[in-house]
Design a protein around this ligand. Structure first.
Ligand code: ZN
Length: 126
């Protein structure tokens, strides 16, 4: 464990805020109404907006899951440890991505083997 308790406390705060933010954003989007229009072009426009909204809900809920998992790892005292090789993830990587579950090497390997599980916030996911 290379991360001090002060840093873990700071990450816990960041993660807590992120969780609140995502929860709030998803709740706000839950109120999306599907508007009906006589104009067909508008219909298409609304449909694509709706699809985009659904996409971002998917993305946010995936991220929310990762943020909650990270909070659980803090509670378990496992925060900052790679889920695959159990080496320390590194504070730099965690600062950029507090919910990272793997060290950069294992993450790259995981991204290559199954793209679907890629970390969404990395910007590498489809
Ligand atoms: Zn690893």
């Amino acid at each position: 464990m290379s991360i001090g308790s002060t840093e873990v406390a700071a990450f816990q705060m960041v993660l807590g805020e992120k969780e609140a933010e995502l929860t709030h954003a998803m709740r706000a989007r839950g109120g999306i109404t599907i508007e009906k229009s006589a104009d067909q072009m508008d219909e298409i426009q609304y449909a694509s907006e709706r699809d985009l909204a659904i996409l971002s809900v998917d993305r946010d809920s995936g991220l929310l899951r990762q943020v909650r998992a990270a909070l659980a790892r803090i509670a378990d005292g496992e925060f900052g440890t790679c889920a695959d090789c159990e080496s320390s993830i590194g504070t730099k990587r965690l600062a950029a991505l507090p919910w990272a579950q793997r060290c950069i090497r294992c993450q790259e390997a995981a991204d290559q083997s199954h793209q679907d599980d890629a970390e969404l916030a990395d910007g590498t996911a489809a």
